[in-house]
Design a protein around this ligand. Sequence first.
Ligand SMILES: [Zn+2]
Length: 320
Amino acid sequence: MTAAGADNAGTLAFGGGGLDRAAHLRAQACHDLAGARVLPMWRGEPLVLPDGLAWVAPGAPILAGAGEAVFLGLDPRGARLLAAPVAARAAAEAGGGGQGLGFGGDGTPPHPDAPPGAAFRDLRAVALTLTPLEAEVAATARALLGWHATHGFCAACGTASHSADGGWVRRCPACGAQHFPRTDPVVIMLVLRGNSVLVGRNAAWPAGMYSLLAGFMEPGETVAAAVRREVFEETGIRIGAVRLLASQPWPFPASLMLGAVAEALDTAITLDPVELEDALWLTREEMAEVMAGRNPAVRPARKGAIAHVLVRNWLADRLD
Ligand SMILES: [Zn+2]
């Protein structure tokens, strides 16, 4: 069930696993749960075993008091796949659920009702150990459950809304409005000038980590306009041609990363200190050293993240 052993350093996490979302089943999917498989989630993190996601039956003890399940789709054998948030009450009784992940994800004891060897793990940390299908399932579960947890009231009239259609809509009983899960587009760009790439770092990141510039798109913008605005706001650099290369769901909590290559028209950096702590140009040779872990001052973006894959492909001359 895993990609273990493969060289997955160039793999885009959550790059698409061919999940059959079976939208026509959503209206009934959470009513009769017989035969379904459920992925327990704790604070957005999936229950995993060393060889993949840890599915349980609908009546499993770990699901006692769990929040409302969502329907993700069908597995290749036709079984319904659901996800459900593990109850906070059980967490408190078990002595877990304090700060941090809890339940095995950070060295704490596992959930007492978890299958042997299973722990709730940081999805970003385990994404590349999952099959593409499992990664898509877990990302979808995290995004959908996170949306329900933070959108309990109708945005039109303020009344408590309820989940429907297997969790793919929330309906308001007072005004009839329907609300759908949100996905927030983010542009992330490989800004190039000759033989060099522009990278920056946010003050909140781990020491030494630099990545490609990125920012949320604004309403009314094209991808190219968002790339040009973000790069100019953060570094004062003007951008010419922009080309979209790849996309990546990034449910932390609800982003869709839109990876682009952008041609810089100049190189002088005027830093916006609110957005960035530092920005610099690295030559192809310097970036190769960074990616190889041989630069003591600059560390690369996380494996599996689109920034890592875009840089890797640029270094290998494989942007097309
Ligand atoms: Zn309403």
